[in-house]
Design a protein around this ligand. Structure first.
Ligand code: ZN
Length: 234
């Protein structure tokens, strides 16, 4: 565990031992995410960032503001991994709704849930790929099809070290920053033609989704849809 990871996660873990669990959204004593804050992740909607093609369709469970924003940041940056389960089960329900909406694209099982990768320095700072536990809970929530897995996690993308943090960049600059920065892990790729749903936590410009889709497309794999926890309003 790096010093940075230690400082981010251990104080929270110690606090959990001393104080009762608090909701990561509203900070009221509760489970990891209280019912009220969980409902902020129930408004599944299609989002269409400017300058991006309509394909793949992108869906968001909530908005990047208020308690939902606090909960996502607590999960992502402050080690509240106890949110993987409640957020993962919301994600599973949303994925089911998106699959039902696009039977032509997503009707065949298994559906591959592909987490959007983070920059290696961010992965180190967070003590691992933070989306993985969330996506694993989502897969479990999707359950089984006819005697086989309805969904599998395919962790087939990674980001090169040279990619810079894109905070503050506009869409065009983000695309330039990311271009060539998303690379495939060949051994983990879904088969050609198998349905893929990209999963990310926060959508801002959509540049990351676009670059991940382009990297997969270059290898003959089409992203059927993208699903994000929250989308920022731009
Ligand atoms: Zn709450």
């Amino acid at each position: 565990m790096s010093r940075e990871t230690f400082l981010r996660t251990v104080p929270h873990a110690l606090t959990d031992l001393i104080l009762p669990r608090r909701c990561a959204g509203c900070a009221e004593p509760s489970t990891a995410l209280c019912a009220g804050c969980e409902s902020d992740f129930r408004a599944l909607r299609r989002v269409r960032p400017e300058l991006l093609p309509a394909d793949p369709p992108i869906y968001a469970l909530g908005r990047y503001r208020g308690n939902a924003r606090r909960a996502v940041l607590a999960y992502k940056e402050f080690g509240r991994r106890d949110l993987a389960k409640p957020l993962g089960s919301r994600l599973a329900r949303a994925a089911r709704a998106v699959i039902d909406e696009h039977p032509e694209r997503l009707g065949a099982d298994p559906v591959h849930l592909v987490p959007v990768p983070s920059r290696p320095s961010a992965v180190r700072a967070r003590g691992g790929p933070h989306l993985s536990p969330l996506v694993r809970f989502a897969r479990r929530g999707l359950g089984r099809g006819f005697g086989r897995e309805a969904a599998v996690v395919s962790d087939c993308l990674r980001m090169r070290r040279e990619v810079r943090d894109s905070v503050g960049l506009d869409t065009a600059r983000r695309v330039r920053n990311l271009s060539g920065g998303v690379v495939l892990r060949r051994g983990r790729l879904p088969e050609v033609g198998e349905p893929i749903v990209l999963v990310d936590d926060v959508l801002t410009t959509g540049a990351t989704v676009a670059c991940c889709s382009a990297a997969l497309r270059a290898a003959g794999r089409e992203v059927a849809a993208a699903l994000v926890l929250v989308a920022a309003r731009r």
